[in-house]
Design a protein around this ligand. Structure first.
Ligand code: 13P
Length: 392
């Protein structure tokens, strides 16, 4: 199951001087093309789902597809929430299967950004999930993604970056050194000296947003100065858009499948080009060996009840499903009743955690403590509880 810990993936890139693409997907065509490109050049890959794009697709369905794609791939994959707008967004993304999240409070003043980021980091780390923060501001200029990032570019300050990382404990930092979201207007002027100083001062993987439109030489210099994740979207959307316009020009009466025909090839080629340029092509095996494999834990409880009707048990199970599934790091809660009368235990819970770290954070979570002490334990003295992980 080649879903891997993105912290390990990017640390490998940082140590070995290359960058992994964080490619934003907005449809199955994007997902399939990005994965096929990664397989073709044997590159690690980050499937990126941007909250600002959720108006184009159903996040929950896209997560199910992304996870299925990751599970059947032969290259290491991380699934990342891009530009998460709130604490609630980060919890939702983790519970739906993202194994890395970005918290974007970069529009806030420094203290507000630190406070919002730290809250997400504390929660995510308790789930084993690494976090990307952003300091400075990467604005949008032109292209379909640009209006999602209004305002002016604010460059990242070296001193603030140091304080931000110390105070928030983020795993990766997105920096603003002159890139923009969407298409560039004119020749982009990047502040490599600033980037170099940030890298020397932080020594953690750095992230560049707004990858579209940079030259190969600019990418090389970014990577030489600590950039290990490059977010890339507009060029893929434009390649698909151009193909669709050509399809319509060739046959003005074509329907949906005629219009989108061939867009996977365009996206695939551009993703492969990036992977080769950024040095991640051919690194899949090495990265796979270096990374923790992302694995859920099944928290299983089997139990009998005393002095309680089946109706009461049913109500408690329903309350439990509702309350416990909201706790960070809980993927799903399934309650069940034995199907044979002679079963030694009559009821069960299956609670799936995203990562082994959740065993502790779940146990201590106030909603779990209240539910267990007030509703569950008083009726279920006779119980066995075991945490299982799939053998690798
Ligand atoms: P581009 O659309 O400029 O490639 O940027 C993508 C991005 O930074 C997503 O977070």
């Amino acid at each position: 199951m080649p879903l891997v810990n993105m912290r390990d993936m990017l640390n490998h890139a940082y140590q070995h001087g290359y960058a992994v693409g964080g490619f934003d997907l907005v449809s199955l065509d994007f997902l399939e093309a990005i994965m096929a490109a990664a397989e073709a050049v044997q590159s690690p890959v980050i499937l990126s789902l941007a909250e600002s794009h959720f108006e184009y697709y159903d996040f929950e369905l896209a997560m199910a597809a992304s996870e299925a794609a990751a599970k059947r791939s032969t290259v290491p994959v991380a699934i990342h929430l891009d530009h998460g707008a709130s604490f609630a967004s980060a919890v939702r993304a983790i519970n739906l299967g993202c194994n890395a999240v970005m918290v974007d409070a970069s529009h806030e003043p420094f203290e507000g950004n630190v406070a919002a980021t730290k809250k997400v980091v504390d929660m995510a780390h308790a789930c084993g999930v690494p976090v990307e923060g952003e300091l400075g501001y990467v604005a949008g200029v032109e292209g379909e993604d640009a209006e999602k990032h209004p305002g002016e570019v604010v460059y990242t300050s070296v001193e603030e970056a140091k304080a931000y990382v110390e105070q928030t404990n983020v795993d990766f930092l997105a920096v603003s050194v002159g890139t923009v979201h969407g298409r560039m207007r004119g020749e982009p002027q990047l502040d490599f000296e600033r980037l170099k100083q940030i890298n020397q001062s932080l020594k953690i993987p750095l992230v560049i947003h707004g990858g579209t439109g940079l030259s190969d030489e600019q990418f090389s210099k970014l990577i030489a100065n600590g950039v290990t994740k490059i977010n890339y979207y507009t060029a893929l959307a434009d390649a698909a858009g151009n193909r669709m316009r050509n399809n319509v020009d060739a046959d003005a009466r074509c329907g949906y499948t005629g219009i989108v025909k061939g867009i996977q090839d365009e996206i695939h080629n551009e993703v492969k080009r990036c992977m080769r340029n950024w040095g991640s092509a051919g690194k899949a095996d090495e990265v796979m060996k270096h990374c923790e494999h992302w694995q859920p834990v099944h928290h299983v409880i089997i139990y009998n009840v005393k002095d309680t009707t089946e109706e009461q048990v049913k109500n408690i199970m329903a309350r439990g499903e509702e309350i416990l599934s909201q706790i960070p790091g809980v993927r799903r809660v399934i309650t069940a009743t034995a199907i044979r009368d002679d079963a030694k235990y009559k009821f069960s819970w299956l609670i799936e955690f995203v990562h082994a770290k959740v065993i502790d954070s779940y146990r201590e979570h106030p909603d779990h403590v209240a539910f267990a002490n007030d509703l569950f334990r008083p009726i279920a003295g006779d119980r066995i509880s075991i945490d299982f992980a799939q053998s690798l």
